[in-house]
Design a protein around this ligand. Structure first.
Ligand code: BES
Ligand code: ZN
Length: 625
């Protein structure tokens, strides 16, 4: 409520400022400024007023203190003072501000507003007339939502601790005081000190350690703040090509290098399709298993879960996905979290195209069919408001809108457009879109304007065959959502038929089945299977022993659903080690469906909770109440 009121008050201030601008001689600047105001009135997840004072660069100087689980040091902010009388407003959450000084070294006055549980506080800094650079001295706290501090026992090496940050969506403010809106792009550099033997890495150019033993980084392309990322642990680097390589703990490095060795091919494929890779290096950091996501597209350095190291390259579409974000998301970014579908939908589209280039159309089709099936299952549980691409997040944390909709529904919308326009015309549109919008943060409306001007105008018949308004602003899946049928999955359907007819699967030839076929098999089995049936399946296919996280995860869900005790040892081990939210959520949700399940789920969660990242904890807390 407070946030709403202050936003309204700010809205009035902006209108006044815009009115003043209208009398200014530079009409173009006035128009740009008005646009900025509109954008910031729309980012309901930030306190800042970048239309008045905008942070353009951050210089970090931080020490990683594993003992106290604390980052401490300073952030020097370079300011663009558009309204000389305005204070600087920053976003902070669970940060302790020690002092703020001007470039001349004078103490600056500041105040911290009331903390909103979702947004944190506004840090209001009084500026002197000539201040264009200020330094905030600060340290993080135990509550920092972006940070996960791992004990040695949670790492592959088992000897040293590990730290990583996760900024998306609005957690960067819990480790850096800045204007934490995806519409405020910034460049950054950093000097990081870490304990001996531990290597810090960042989403930036790695300049290596200086004579002082501190590590230097710089990112000279403007990025949204959620892409500033840091990790630190016992790390080793293995090259794949001149520009691609793996950062990982020594025990997993060789395996990861092999698993991800097609990265360079993927970069080349996407460059052929959608233009030059603009970020210099493309490296992948393999995190410990408690990393809460599959991957995170931190520029120059994708963060990845080790649960995709299946040993057969079958889960590398994750790399295609995070790499694709170098165009959709990092180059052209959602201006607000309601426009998140622009990031993920385009990325899913590019991911599919990369997979098709590198592994062939049949493989890509298999993943598309699974994606649609996942979405249809999830959709049944979603409220109508969460089935909308341009999602209404008022009063909510952006992560509350994190569903399959901005991924799978969005990609179907784009594939439908592709089918209507033809691939050639659609590719031309996309190339133009990434070029003309490069390094911009845009809204759904701006995308629609581009779409109309660049694609629909020249191909007038498209709009007659698609209801764009329904796709973007209405719940549900429109009737023209493309349906893909993969031959490899039809094979699986034959086995499922036998199973449904009560026939044995022992003689089905599953030798060449790939992960995606097993996923289709497991998600298509009937919900309820008795103990004998579960035993029988496990006896033939050894699911409980599977080393593949996707197959094991789905089997363990079935095990909970059907109280299949022989898998419970594995289940507990999995939940104690893996922190990837995509796996935790369905497993704990399955537990939560019965009283006995809740009891067992809570028992395991009590032991595992401290090992999960805050963004996973907040979700599981809710599931288990
Ligand atoms: N950017 C997302 C991860 C994310 C989204 C983090 C929203 C925080 C808030 C990343 O690109 C992603 O989509 N990861 C997926 C994997 C992908 C292959 C679909 C994941 O982590 O499951
Ligand atoms: Zn993504």
């Amino acid at each position: 409520m407070n946030a709403t009121i202050s936003r309204f008050a700010r809205g009035c201030a902006c209108l006044l400022a815009a009115a003043a601008c209208r009398t200014a001689p530079d009409a173009g600047a006035a128009a740009r400024d008005r646009l900025n105001h509109q954008i910031f009135e729309m980012d309901i997840h930030s306190h800042v007023e970048p239309n008045r004072v905008r942070v353009s660069h951050v210089s970090l100087n931080l020490n990683i203190d594993f003992e106290n689980k604390q980052l401490a040091g300073s952030a020097t902010l370079t300011l663009d003072r558009r309204d000389p009388s305005a204070p600087l407003i920053l976003d902070i959450q669970d940060l302790v501000i020690d002092k703020i000084i001007s470039e001349m070294g004078f103490d600056l006055q500041y105040s911290i507003g009331a903390a909103d549980p979702n947004l944190g506080s506004a840090l209001n800094v009084g500026l002197m007339p000539h201040d264009t650079k200020i330094t905030v001295f600060y340290h993080t706290t135990e509550k920092a939502g972006a940070l996960q501090w791992l004990g040695p026992e949670q790492t592959a090496g088992g000897r040293r601790p590990f730290l990583f940050t996760q900024g998306q969506s609005i957690f960067t403010r819990s480790w850096i005081p800045l204007q934490d809106s995806p519409a405020v792009r910034i460049t950054y550099d950093a000097v990081i000190s870490a304990p001996p033997g531990l290597t810090p890495v960042m989403s930036a150019r790695q300049q290596g350690a200086g004579p002082d033993g501190k590590y230097h980084f710089d990112m000279n392309l403007p990025i949204p703040p959620y892409l500033i990322a840091l990790a630190c642990g016992e790390l080793k680097f293995l090259p794949i090509s001149d520009r691609c390589g793996i950062w990982a703990e020594p025990p997993v490095a060789d395996g990861a290098r092999w698993e991800f060795e097609d990265s360079e091919k993927m970069v080349q494929a996407v460059e052929r399709l959608f233009g030059k890779y603009r970020w210099g290096r493309y490296d992948i950091l393999v995190l410990p298993p408690s990393f809460p996501f599959g991957g995170m597209e931190n520029p120059t350095l994708t963060f990845a879960t080790p649960t995709v190291l299946a040993g057969d390259k079958s889960l590398v579409s994750l790399v295609a996905h995070e790499l694709a974000h170098s165009w959709s998301g990092n180059l052209v970014t959602n201006a607000t979290w309601s426009d998140f579908w622009l990031n993920e939908g385009f990325t899913m589209y590019l991911e599919g195209r990369i997979m098709e280039e590198v592994y062939g159309a049949e493989h890509a089709k298999m993943e598309m069919q699974l994606g649609r099936a996942d979405l249809e299952r999830e959709m049944k549980e979603l409220e109508p408001r969460d089935q909308i691409l341009h999602v209404d997040l008022s009063g909510r944390h952006p992560d509350d809108g994190f569903t399959g909709i901005p991924y799978e529904k969005a990609v179907m919308f784009l594939r439908r457009l592709e089918a209507l326009a033809g691939r050639g015309a659609f590719d031309k549109f996309l190339n133009h879109y990434f070029d003309s919008r490069a390094f911009q943060s845009i809204t759904t409306d701006e995308f629609l304007k581009d779409l109309r001007e660049q694609l629909l105008k020249e191909n007038a018949s498209i709009e007659k065959n698609i209801n764009i308004n329904e796709w973007i602003y209405k719940p549900g899946l429109p009737a023209d959502a493309p349906r893909v049928v993969s031959k490899a999955l039809v094979e699986v359907d034959k086995a499922l038929e036998l199973y449904k007819d009560g026939k044995s699967l022992r003689d089905v030839n599953v030798k060449g089945w790939v992960t995606q076929q097993w996923q289709h098999f497991l998600t298509s089995l009937p919900g309820t299977i008795d103990a004998k049936g579960m035993d029988n399946l496990d006896g033939i296919f050894h699911f409980t022993e599977s080393k593949n996280s996707e197959i094991l995860g789905e089997w363990l869900r079935l095990a909970i659903k059907n109280s299949y005790q022989p898998a419970y040892g594995k289940l507990e081990e999995f939940l104690m080690n893996v922190g990837r939210r995509k796996f935790l959520k369905p497993l704990y949700s399955e537990f939560a469906k019965t009283e006995e399940g809740k009891r067992r789920g809570r028992e395991i969660y009590k032991k595992a909770r401290a090992r999960y990242h805050p963004v996973a904890v907040s979700v599981i807390d809710k599931i288990l109440e």
